[in-house]
Structures are given as C-alpha cells and as structure tokens.
Design a protein. Sequence first.
Length: 353
Amino acid sequence: MARKSYLFTFFLTIIFSTGFAQQQSGSTDPGKPNTLDIHFNGFAFLDDHEYDALIPLRKTISGTRTAIDLGLNVDSLNHFVVGTNALHEFGAIPYFLTLDPVAYYSRTEKNWLFNAGEFPRQDLLTQYPRALLNDTMMYYRPNVQGLLLRNTNKFGYETGWIDWISRQTPTQRNQFMAGQLGTTIPNPGHAFYISHYFLFEHNAGSKSDTAADIQDSGGGQLRLGLDYSHKTIFDSLKIEAGEMLTGHRTRSQYQFVFSHGFVASLFLSYKCFALFDEFYKGDPNYLTYADPFYSKPIYNRVDLIYTPFVGKHLKGQFILGLHQSPARLTDSQPAFRVVYDFGRKVLARFSDF
C-alpha cells in the first residue's frame, strides 16, 4: 500500500508539472558533450542556534561539506555523474561523520530537466520556505535520493520530485518525501508573480515492527509576489504574501489535524548588504523537516546579511538572524558561511562513445 501511495504521489507531481509554464530559478551546468569532467565544491559553516525559545533544540552547527564527482557527458542531453559528498562537524569523531553518495542520471533539454538517483538539492529545491523545509537540510541532507522533473520557459518554472529518506528493513522505517514547487509569471517582464510550494511526508514502520504507528504530514503555501529587482536603487527587491496550510496524522490514533495561517516575506539587497524578513501568524504547525519556530502561533525572523567578498569561485557571508516569538523577542542566531565552487573541469574528450 505504501509503495502504491508514493508512486501515485510522484506521478501526480509529473502530471502537475506539465500543466504549468515556469521560470528556472536555479542553474545547473550539464557539462560539455563527449567529455569526462570533474566537479569540486563545498562550504564551511558556523551556525549558532543558541536561542531560548526552543531550548531542547539549541545547538551550534559547525563544520564543512566537501563534494567531488566525475561526470560522463554522452552528448548534450544525457549525463551520468558519480561521486561523494562528505560532512565533517568540527570536533566530531570519526573525521567524516557521513559520506553521502552522489550517483545519478541527468537528461537536460531546452525546457526540461530530469534527474534520477542521488543528486544535489542545491538550486533545485532550496527555494522552499523554511516553514516547510528547514535550511539546515543543506547541512545534513544535501542530496535528494529519488527522482525530479523540472519544466522551464518564459512564464516561469515548475518542479515535481520524490525523495526516499530510508527504505524499509528490519531496523529502518519506510520514509519518503514528495513535493512540487514553482513560480508563474503571468505577464513576463512585469513585477507580479505567483509562487506555490507543496510537500508530503510519510513515516511507516520497519519490517520487524509492522505495528508501528504510520504517520503522514504535509502542507503547502500559495504566495503572491512583486519583484522590483533592478527597478529601484536596490539590486533585489521582492515582496510576498499568502496563505499556509499544513496537516498531520497518526493513522491509528487520529485523522488529519490541520493548521493554517498568514505568511509574508521581504527580501532586499544593495551591493554587499541584504535583508530578509519572514512573518507568520496562525495555528501552530508540526512538520518533521520544517523550521521548529513555526510551531509558534506568531513568529517573525529578520536575517541581516553581509557578503564581504565574492570571487569567481568563492563567496563569504555573515548572517545575523533575529527571532521574535511569544515571550522571546531578543533571540538571535549568528552564522558565517564560505561557499566554494570550481565548476566542471574537463578531464578528457572523446570523439565518439
């Protein structure tokens, strides 16, 4: 039954994705045809979560992510990539806490992208609001294990995906996520746009514990936005507002309990400075991989961002997150990140495969 449900969910996202015309929000380099190339990238991070509003979850996240892979580019459409993405948290033993495999097939066309395997979520799914998927996913789960289909054109972009978190074994639970996200620009070249984000999470038992409670949760956001980037003194200026709906259930105990609320955000940047403000007011939400602050009935977060250096392959940022929630108006979250990406470098060329 679970297998049928997640196959149905994925094919449903494929059907939806063909019904929308969307703009590509991230970029991927498929590599030059008839080549073998290498890609090296990663980031170092220090993210201090020492806020008082969520004392049981307080911790300092610090470490490095290092990814390297080889790409076989059969032609301009078909690509095979194999590599690894390693996490080291400062002070941790062993040195590499986890080694996530990178192994996927990618087909890239003018308006379509299809990935199958273990592939980076960066630029593909990192547009999700933190109320649905926490940005700490990039620290601990940088790859999608599953399938993704994306369509792009002048009216926007649409992405459908499924991610297997764990396969059912005698010790592991059956867990997966699936979702859909996109943005539609009804009148290209104008400021108005519509964004939507949907997510479903499934958590079932292991083979040795088939009686374990089966949990389902999910939700979505529908936002209306205005993009005035490069039309004012600011390099970027985006304003969004909309509705959020989430639900969760434990099948043996209760059916879906729903929450809804109002969401709004503002992003502006000028040269090396930026500000990102997110606001929520509504019912508490309970999603496994969401930012836990959205379990509060009202919440606001302001990120003050300073990017002192941006090079061809290197970017460094200081971020000060200011959290305001009931009875906790002065929580802060300082962070520093250095991101490096040397792009795809050709190792060998082939006249024919």
